[in-house]
Design a protein around this ligand. Structure first.
Ligand code: FDA
Length: 403
């Protein structure tokens, strides 16, 4: 155990951002203590990307990285993300001999296991001589000018002139997520943007959802949109029907932008002119409408949509033009309003967090001198697909350079 004052910096939270920052700071010659209350290290990295960690995204545009991030100030993340790029992290991964592959839209995953990324970060910490206290609870944190920070911990009191908070968001409380970072920020007079679940499945009222519950397990590519005309957000991704609502990449992505009470617009046949295709089929086919529609969307969806209207239970050549138009409209512009989200238990990340107006975008230092916030605890939330880890690496790097 280090004697009081023996450390230059204490990093709280040994997840993605904390581990990376501690290793880099240690390698710069600082004496670093890394603390975490969890029994196991970096649980979120372990479970990420289905156990293979989608550790970065090659499509991140380093000249305009804010495109893939949301937050009170979308430009806040630019400095850190352009100074530590996906390519730099890829080079680190390659130096550690970790094999990887690109899956979809620039997303990079380990060929093997996410444990390789954890082992890499631990090796970087070892190279920096980082001291680990884990599991170790952190209680009161006091500050006195000239003396720095004094932490009461499960292993006694420890002091340092600088503290880095890397305790993440509220997602997945069952593996150790807490509101520690937000409470600490408030204690030191920093503003916190109210946290909310993001990259999360959306739910729908029981009765409203009953007609669609049988579709659970169905996945299909869609165009999904929300927001007003002026602030429209659109994703072209796969959607998944579940027993309680909607999930899949399309829905996780749009959930970060969705405002309670707002509808979603879903096009189940993006790129297909359903109205024209049905009108054409009417001229040349005697098949049932559901069978014709099944050429444009999965048969289960076609059956469910056609099943909602008695006027559509017939061969297409006998259907009224108006009924076919209405069907096409409901396939291309299905509007439905979620009743809520699956919450932090299922959310991949937490939006909101320590207000970026109270942090330096260059160093991640807060308005309270010597107190830094990095990673998901900050009000910066990335898209699905490796962007959140890249923010963890980049914010940790910006901080470590400044310590
Ligand atoms: P992180 O959550 O990693 O670490 C916080 C650490 O602080 C934890 O070790 C915790 O125990 C510790 N801590 C919390 N409270 C504490 C307290 N009071 N005292 C002491 N320690 C405390 N992202 C991505 O880019 N690609 C992906 O593939 C995935 N996949 C994915 C899957 C699932 C299921 C989830 C839940 C999340 C993802 N993510 C992801 C998101 C990604 O995991 C997340 O954004 C980063 O881990 C955030 O890194 P941080 O270091 O900020 O927090």
């Amino acid at each position: 155990m280090g004697a009081p004052g023996a450390f230059d910096v204490i990093v709280i939270g040994a997840g993605a951002a904390g581990l990376f920052c501690a290793g880099l700071a240690g390698q710069r010659g600082l004496k670093v203590l890394l603390m975490d209350h969890g029994e196991r290290i970096a649980e979120k990295i372990r479970i990420s990307g289905g156990g293979r960690a989608n550790f970065t995204n090659r499509d991140l545009d380093v000249r305009a990285p804010q495109r893939h991030f949301i937050g009170g100030n979308p430009h806040f993340c630019r400095s850190a993300l352009s100074r530590y790029t996906p390519q730099q992290f890829i080079e680190l991964v390659e130096r550690h001999g970790i094999a990887y592959h690109e899956k979809h839209k620039g997303q990079l995953f380990c060929d093997g296991s996410s444990q390789q990324i954890i082992d890499m970060l631990l090796a970087e910490c070892a190279a920096g001589g980082v001291t680990h206290w884990q599991p170790c609870s952190v209680g009161q944190i006091g500050f006195a000018p000239g003396e720095g920070y004094r932490l009461q911990t499960g292993r006694g009191e420890v002091r340092a002139p600088r503290v880095v908070v890397a305790t993440g968001g509220l997602s997945i409380p069952q593996i150790g997520a807490t509101d520690f970072g937000y409470r600490l920020a408030a204690q030191f007079g920093l503003r916190v943007v109210p946290p909310r679940p993001a990259l999360v499945p959306l739910t729908f009222g029981g009765e409203d959802w009953a007609p669609y519950a049988d579709l659970a397990g169905l996945a299909l590519p869609v165009r999904i949109a929300t927001g007003s005309k002026k602030a429209r957000t659109v994703f072209l991704e796969d959607l998944l029907f579940t027993h309680r609502g909607l999930s899949g990449p399309a829905v996780l992505q749009i959930s970060s932008y969705w405002q309670p009470g707002a509808p979603l617009d879903i096009d189940f046949a993006p790129g297909v002119d359903v109205q024209a295709a049905l009108a054409d089929a009417k001229q040349r086919s005697r098949k049932r409408i559901a069978n014709e529609l099944a050429g444009m969307v999965p048969a289960r969806l076609a059956d469910a949509w056609v099943g909602q209207d008695a006027a559509l239970q017939r061969p297409i050549n006998e259907a009224a033009d108006r009924a076919l138009s209405a069907l096409a409209e409901r396939i291309a512009r299905w509007q439905i309003t979620p009743s809520g989200t699956e919450g932090y238990k299922k959310a991949e990340v937490t939006a909101g967090g320590v207000d970026t107006r109270d942090l330096s975008s260059q160093t991640m230092e807060s308005k309270h001198p010597g107190l830094y916030f990095i990673g998901e605890v900050v009000d910066v939330t990335g898209w699905l697909g490796g962007y959140n880890f890249q923010w963890a690496w980049a914010s940790a790097h910006a901080c470590a350079q400044a310590l």
